[in-house]
Each structure stands twice: as C-alpha cells, then as structure tokens.
Design a protein around this ligand. Structure first.
Ligand code: FAD
Ligand code: SF4
Length: 329
C-alpha cells in the first residue's frame, strides 16, 4: 500500500478566500475537487503539494442551472453523477450525460467533479508509476528531465489528455470561467489546452476554474460521446469521439462538430471531417469520408497500456462512424 505524504488541508467557504489562499501559497498549494486524481498523483509522488485547498465547502461552485435563452451553467464542483442524471443535461445536451456516465466507475462519478475532470493532468505509462519505478529510468521531460521514453529525441512531452468531459463540452462550444484574486477571465474550452503534455492547460498558478457555460440548445440538434477502453467498468479512454450535428428542416447538415479524445495532449477538433458533412445529407458514404478524416487527425503514441497506437487510431475512425450513423438514424 502506498501512503499519502503529509500535507496540510484548508477548506475555505468562499471563492474569494480560496483565491487568496492560492495566491499566498503559490505553487506549493493544489486545489482539491473530488480528489480522485490528485490524491492518486500525490501517492505516486507525481505531485508534492504541501497544502491542498478543498473547494467542497464553497456553495457558489456547485449546481446546474438551465435557461432556454441563456443556456446551461455548471459549477466546477458539480459531480459527474449529478451531470449524468440531470434532466436538462440528459434532454438538451446528451453527449455530456454520456461522457459523465463513461468516466471510471460509479464511485468515481460520485466523487469526481467537472472542474477536476477538465483540469486533469495528462497521462503516460512512464509517468503514472510509483516514484521507485520512475527512478529506475532517466528522468523524463514531464518530471523536469530531458528525455522522452516514448518519442525519442522529442522536444516536448507527449503524455495524453484523457478527460472525458472536455470533448463533449467542446462540441457544444462551452466556455470556462477562471478566477483569481486579481479578477476573472473567460476562455473557450477548446483553447484551454496548450498542446504540451508537460503543462496541459493554460490555467495559471492561483487560478480556479469556477464554472462552465454552454449556449442554449438549437432545434434539430443531435449529439453523442463514444469511447473505447479496455475494461468498460473502470478504465480511462484509449480513444474517444464527441459529435454534435444540427440539421436543416430539409435534413441537410447545417452544422457539425467532431472532437477526438485520448489521442493527443488535449482534445482534437477535426474541421476536415466536419467540412465533409456540412451542407450534405448524413449519408453513409459522406459519413465514411468524415470518419477517414478523423482517423487522419489522430496521432496517438505508444504511451498507454491496453492498445497499440495503430489500434487506437483505427478505433477513432470506427467510433466516429458509429457516432454519426447513430445520429443519422
Ligand atoms: C481508476 C480510475 C479510473 C478513472 N477513469 C477515468 C475515466 O475513464 N475518464 C476520466 O475522464 N477520468 C477518469 N479518472 C480520473 C478522475 O476520476 C476524473 O477525471 C474526475 O472527474 C476528476 O475530478 P476530481 O474532482 O476528482 O479531480 P481532483 O483529483 O480533485 O483534481 C484533478 C486536478 O484538477 C485540479 N482542480 C480540481 N478542481 C479544480 C478547479 N475548480 N479549478 C482548477 N483546478 C482544479 C486539481 O488541483 C488537480 O490538479 C479515473 C481515475 C481513477 C482513479
Ligand atoms: S510522453 Fe515522454 S516526456 Fe511525457 S511523460 Fe511520457 S515519457 Fe515522459
């Protein structure tokens, strides 16, 4: 059994207090959502915070609010289980409910929060290991060294982003609010991810992701999230695809969003696949062309246990096809 290292714990009751604590403590402090990832990373000594600041006692970070004109607002501390069963989410934004239902296990969905899921660290089979295991090899880029065990001569880390919620939110054009003691800023979720596995998102030390907003649903819109993993009962994705399609009254595709998961440093939008479908009927041959474009956009590397990069890439095409066929039907 690996024990948690000693660390202090603070439980502020307002967002302002949490921001002040984070500013005072700097990089020594880490935010704690449900802890389902941070505490595992702390046990493995991937991260070594001396203080964890729990967001669980801050009421303004909780809850789901839906308005037909304003759209959806989800507090960062909303659990995945709440999202999975919320009637407005299930009814108007089904890909979100499906993504939440696909995360880990029921227990993880009860504890895991939306904020924690979006801020998830990237994963690699050479990184998500105990400290003694890692010490048997040269220190890699993600841990501050200068080698990569996956991509020889790499100049950046190729650890993979595997959070299931981000692709599903991006197809709905979600925005996130980031708050710190100096103020707040709003960022399109698709721009939150940096394209470097070492520091996968652009959240600055001291910033807190407070909530996610999504525009109102539109008529004749369908969406879904599909994922491939080894054990359907627990595992992280090895490939995932979120799709949203809007049709005109004539049945022609007016708009389309396709975002891949678990094949890069962050979620991967695929405009080339979307463009195949826009202005056309959702027919099988166009769907096949879109799936081919999605496959081309996926570049997984050999850093996940359970499937080879070529198999994961193939699964991207299969999932894209399945998702589009289910919406077409
Ligand atoms: C066995 C197992 C299987 C899993 N399977 C999956 C899976 O299939 N899909 C998946 O997506 N995830 C999976 N996870 C990871 C995790 O359970 C979920 O991603 C969960 O949603 C993380 O949320 P959390 O609140 O527990 O995050 P935490 O562990 O609390 O935090 C994660 C990170 O986000 C930061 N953070 C938390 N909240 C905020 C905030 N509001 N603002 C800024 N930073 C914040 C933390 O500091 C930390 O760095 C799995 C975990 C385990 C242990
Ligand atoms: S991809 Fe390379 S640098 Fe990144 S965690 Fe894995 S081994 Fe380390």
């Amino acid at each position: 059994m690996i024990r948690l290292p000693k660390m202090d714990h603070a439980a502020p009751s307002t967002l302002i207090d949490a921001c002040s604590l984070m500013r005072e403590q700097g990089e020594k402090a880490r935010l704690l959502g449900g802890g389902t990832d941070l505490l595992v990373a702390s046990k493995l000594r991937n991260v070594k915070p001396s203080l964890v600041v729990s967001l669980g006692g801050i009421p303004e970070l909780r809850g789901i609010r839906f308005d037909e004109k304003e759209g959806l607002r989800i507090g960062a501390m909303t659990t995945l289980n709440e999202l999975r069963y919320d009637p407005n989410v299930v009814g108007h934004y089904p890909a979100l409910a499906e993504a939440a239902a696909s995360v880990g296990t029921t227990q993880l969905q009860y504890m895991g929060t939306l904020g924690g899921n979006l801020c998830l660290d990237t994963r690699c089979m050479y990184y998500n290991q105990s400290e003694p295991w890692r010490k048997s090899r040269a220190v890699c880029l993600k841990m501050g060294g200068d080698v990569c065990h996956v991509v020889p001569k790499a100049k950046k880390c190729y650890a993979v982003f595997s959070g299931d919620m981000a692709p599903a939110l991006i197809v709905y054009e979600a925005q996130v609010k980031l708050v710190d003691s100096a103020g707040q800023r709003t960022v399109n979720l698709k721009d939150l991810y940096t394209g470097d596995g070492k520091s996968p998102n652009q959240i600055k030390p001291g910033e807190i992701l407070s909530d996610v907003t999504i525009p109102p649903p539109v008529e004749k819109q369908g969406s879904t999230y599909l994922k491939y993993r080894v054990r359907g009962s627990i595992d992280f994705p090895l490939a995932g695809v979120a799709v949203r399609v809007t049709l005109k009254d004539s049945g022609i595709c007016q708009d389309c969003r396709i975002v891949l998961n678990a094949v890069s440093f962050g979620p991967v939008p695929v405009p080339d696949a979307e463009n195949v479908l826009k202005g056309r009927e959702l027919k099988e041959d166009f769907i096949d062309q879109a799936a081919e474009q999605a496959t081309k956009a996926a570049h997984p590397v050999a850093n996940a246990i359970g499937a080879t990069p070529s198999y994961r890439r193939k699964m991207i095409g299969i999932l894209t096809r399945r998702a589009l066929m289910s919406l077409a039907n």
